[in-house]
Design a protein around this ligand. Structure first.
Ligand SMILES: [Zn+2]
Length: 221
């Protein structure tokens, strides 16, 4: 623990604290800074950092460094969280919107993985719009002889349907970009249970309210 004069502490800005966290991280080649490392090498006190940011992990995250739990996240999980955020907003998320709790991961995590937020968006969109790239799930089902599509559309297919429908309910036109809180779902036009395939032509965007209105006729995800 370091001794600090009170007038020093008063003058420390958030960005002073964060850049010192990053300095210690890079000098010790750590993706995350442990409290103990910072105690020994940091310019400021650990308690000062915690008092400012609430928790140690919050400070580490604000500095754009990884917290222990966020290490080795597969790309698919990052994409899936981004997809969820995108759909809940009904539009492309902005930089400042990519944080908890709205998004499972902080924008800094995307920047680290993909170089920049812009690049993360580009990689995600080309991932979502691609097809035929073998995802882990696709590999597992390759050996299954089935003349039918699987019931549940994957992220990429859902995203394509939502994009085509401009993130609006095909029945009532509701969109979370206009009315926050509207939940969009991807629905089979001809029910899967009645032979309807899971392809873009047989899928449509519905809001939860309209989709629930349909559940008397067939069950849907
Ligand atoms: Zn609707």
């Amino acid at each position: 623990m370091q001794f600090e004069l009170s007038h020093d502490r008063r003058n420390i800005s958030d960005s002073d604290l964060l850049s010192d966290l990053r300095r210690v991280a890079s000098e010790h080649s750590e993706q995350q800074v442990k409290q103990r490392t910072y105690e020994d090498h940091g310019k400021y006190g650990v308690t000062t950092v915690i008092r400012r940011f609430g928790t140690w992990n919050a400070a580490v995250e604000a500095a754009g460094l990884e917290t222990t739990v966020e290490r080795n996240i597969p790309d698919e999980k990052l994409f899936s969280a981004l997809y969820d955020l995108w759909v809940s907003l009904g539009r492309q998320p902005s930089y400042s919107e990519v944080q908890k709790p709205a998004c499972l991961f902080h924008v800094a995590t995307y920047e680290r993985r993909f170089g920049s937020w812009r690049q993360a968006l580009e990689v995600f969109v080309s991932y979502a719009n691609s097809e035929g790239m073998a995802s882990p799930e696709a590999v597992e089902t390759t050996g299954v002889v089935s003349s039918r599509t699987t019931r549940c559309p994957d992220l990429r297919l859902r995203f394509k349907v939502l994009q085509r429908d401009r993130f609006r309910c095909c029945a009532c036109g509701a969109s979370p970009s206009v009315t926050p809180g509207v939940v969009l779902e991807v629905d089979h036009i001809k029910p899967w249970s009645k032979g309807g395939e899971t392809n873009i032509d047989n899928l449509q965007t519905l809001c939860a309210a309209c989709n629930q209105g349909k559940t008397n006729h067939h069950e849907e995800q």
